[in-house]
Design a protein around this ligand. Structure first.
Ligand SMILES: [Zn+2]
Length: 100
């Protein structure tokens, strides 16, 4: 599944609710799911990790739908098969500084 297909699927399933909840409410849900992913990682619980990765991706797509950002286009434009900071693949940035 391409990123656009995922985002379209979330639009079909949830946009009527996401648009009503709005940007702030949907962002809050995304943050909640990121927290739950962190807990699953700490527990090293593979089933929980799979569930939470799916939820984080779903809520990220929902939020992008609410604010009308095309995730596939945005990500492809920014990353385009190389690190946007150093321009290399694989990234050659220092581990001491975060890529952005
Ligand atoms: Zn880099």
């Amino acid at each position: 599944m391409r990123v656009r297909e995922l985002q379209d699927m979330m639009h079909r399933i949830y946009f009527h609710r996401d648009s009503e909840r709005g940007e702030v409410g949907t962002f809050d849900w995304l943050v909640e799911e990121v927290g739950e992913l962190g807990e699953a990682l700490k527990e090293k619980n593979m089933k929980a990790m799979e569930d939470e990765f799916a939820d984080v991706l779903a809520w990220l797509a929902s939020l992008a739908n609410v604010v009308k950002v095309d995730l596939e286009k945005a990500t492809t434009t920014k990353y385009n098969n190389r690190c946007p900071r150093c321009g290399q693949t694989p990234c050659g940035c220092s581990l001491l500084r975060k890529c952005k």
